[in-house]
Design a protein. Structure first.
Ligand SMILES: [Zn+2]
Length: 181
């Protein structure tokens, strides 16, 4: 909600400076990051996990044409590492036994031991970042990070990370995508 308000404010400020086109697909034109998402990582994440988290953030940054950007050192988004699923219980009283991660009110929890594969770990972070960006589950295509079940993520997306067109369009549906003036 804040992000959309910020974009509208920006447009009002540039009336007369040019025309603004709204696009459904972020790759249609260059965009700008209205406001970085300032994030903090749990100190318990290892170096290799931090690399994967950073790569997952890049998937959204590149895939939205720069409309999303992350900056370290703030509390817009706090990513925490859990050792056991039952640590999710306070935030997820019903479904926690089935979950390997959860995103809620500016926080992402990752149950690290339940994710063995590096590519799957990165895909999981891409998925949870999608939720943080306000995107729900997507089941109308195979080519998405946003399936409700992590095992349904195509292996190719785990090996070669890139934001699928469907996920990029979902971002524009939620936030609106405009072209850089
Ligand atoms: Zn999900």
């Amino acid at each position: 909600m804040f992000r959309r308000t910020a974009i509208v404010a920006c447009l009002l400020g540039t009336v007369g400076a040019g025309t603004t086109e709204t696009v459904r697909d972020p790759s249609a034109c260059a965009g700008t990051c209205a406001r970085p998402i300032a994030y903090s990582l749990d100190p318990r994440f290892r170096g290799d996990e931090r690399v994967l988290i950073r790569e997952a953030m890049s998937v959204w940054e590149l895939g939205t044409g720069g409309r999303v950007c992350f900056a370290p050192g703030g509390r817009d988004l706090v990513i925490e590492k859990l050792e056991r699923s039952d640590e999710l219980q306070p935030w997820d009283p019903e479904e926690w036994p089935h979950h390997v991660a959860l995103t809620k009110s500016g926080r992402i929890w990752i149950v690290a031991p339940r994710v063995e594969d590096r590519g799957e770990y990165r895909a999981l972070i891409v998925h949870e970042l999608g939720h943080h960006l306000g995107i729900g589950h997507i089941e109308d295509t195979a080519d998405t990070y946003m399936h409700s079940t992590i095992n349904d993520t195509p292996a190719e997306l785990s090996i070669h990370p890139r934001l699928p067109p469907r996920d990029a369009r979902a971002y524009c549906e939620v936030h609106g995508c405009t072209c850089q003036l």
